[in-house]
Design a protein around this ligand. Structure first.
Ligand SMILES: NC(=O)c1ccc[n+]([C@@H]2O[C@H](COP(=O)([O-])OP(=O)(O)OC[C@H]3O[C@@H](n4cnc5c(N)ncnc54)[C@H](O)[C@@H]3O)[C@@H](O)[C@H]2O)c1
Length: 327
């Protein structure tokens, strides 16, 4: 197979999770030799079914990125590392800050140490988050915006990103970072709202139950998972990304209320209620957010391709078929 990825060795941390597994499907299709590392902690988004259809064409290693011995072995001989393993819940990061620190910060440093010592020629792409900006001071948020995280998760993800950039600047490791916004699509966690509020909306909607919209006036942009995967591939494939960080985003900016209405419409029915934020959530809410993604467009040629309605449709179609597996 003649694609730039054919025969290349690729390691994906968090590879059984939502974005990591979608990336794995794509890379297998492109002919890459793919290894997935995942700890499958039940509270996180990893699920064995996420690799249904490619399970015989990837290597799966159930281990924890906090284990430096596993990581030393796993990074050896890899051409590219997509570093996606992470604790994603903002609320959990406040209730158990030490675990968030261990995974999103400390483990990132030890992964990079494994690269520096055992495979310095590797290319690394890190999945960062818009959460590191905190409450926007202006919109759309570009990469020059102040970083003032509102929760522990945002602080540790920022540290994780910063380590990648330092290992590029100081040791010459080809590393870059993508600051993802709300990413949606098949294989996202729908059991609860740990990964994204939209997950639990989809679940309740398909179960015929009303879902809750908190506040409702906040504006957001969303990225369809295939578009996020495309950005990850572009970042790994271009030297123009080395040592850089880029926002991802979406074409459409919507209030959460409008998003809920569209979801119900695309589903062909359903109900939701709008209520006040619960106190513990309000304290770490960022208000309106949407990204300026012109830097990655101009540098790597990335643009979101899948319209919001289509993204919602594909997500609902997937869970209409597979919901029980994810509960
Ligand atoms: N989904 C989004 O909207 C979004 C937004 C911003 C950033 N991100 C980032 O993208 C990355 C992927 O997120 P996702 O949405 O696919 O979430 P996910 O929870 O589905 O995937 C993360 C995966 O990492 C695994 N993992 C967690 N800790 C681990 C550890 N210590 N060792 C090994 N594996 C571990 C989990 O089991 C899970 O499969 C994360 O780093 C996240 O912070 C996601």
């Amino acid at each position: 197979m003649s694609t730039p990825w054919a025969g290349r060795s690729v390691l994906i941390t968090g590879g059984l999770g939502f974005i990591g597994s979608t990336l794995a499907h794509r890379l297998v299709g492109l002919g890459a030799r793919v290894t997935l590392v995942d700890s499958l902690v039940p509270e996180y988004g990893g699920h064995p079914f996420n690799i249904a259809g490619i399970e015989d064409r990837v290597r799966v290693n159930i281990s924890d990125v906090r284990d430096p011995h596993s990581m030393r072995y796993l990074v050896g001989g890899q051409d590219v590392l997509f570093n996606l393993a992470g604790q994603t819940s903002h609320l959990d990061s406040m209730e158990d800050p030490a675990t968030d620190l261990e995974i999103n910060c400390r483990a990132q440093l030890s992964i990079l140490e494994a690269c520096r010592r055992h495979n310095p020629a590797i290319t690394v792409v890190f999945a960062s988050t818009r959460q590191i900006y905190g409450r926007p001071q202006y919109l759309p948020v570009d990469e020059k915006h102040l970083l003032r995280p509102v929760d522990v998760n945002g602080i540790n993800k920022f540290a994780g990103e910063a380590y990648h950039l330092v290992y590029h600047d100081v040791y010459g490791i080809r590393a870059s970072s993508l600051r993802l916004t709300n990413t949606i699509g098949p294989r996202m966690r729908v059991k609860d709202a740990r990964q994204t509020f939209l997950g639990v909306w989809v679940r309740l909607l398909l179960e015929g139950r009303p879902f809750e919209v908190w506040d409702g006036d906040q504006r957001r942009d969303l990225t369809y998972v295939d578009d996020a995967v495309e950005a990850l591939l572009l970042a790994a494939g271009s030297q123009a990304a080395d040592g850089r960080f880029f926002n991802l985003g979406g074409r459409e900016v919507v209030t959460l209320r409008a998003l809920a209405e569209t979801l119900v419409e695309v589903n062909g029915g359903g109900t939701f209620t709008v209520r006040e934020f619960p106190g513990e959530r309000k304290r770490i809410d960022i208000g309106d957010y949407y990204a300026d993604w012109t830097l990655i467009r101009d540098t790597l040629g990335w643009e979101p391709a899948v319209p919001l309605r289509e993204a919602l449709k594909r997500t609902l179609d997937y869970y209409r078929e597979h919901l029980p597996r994810y509960l």
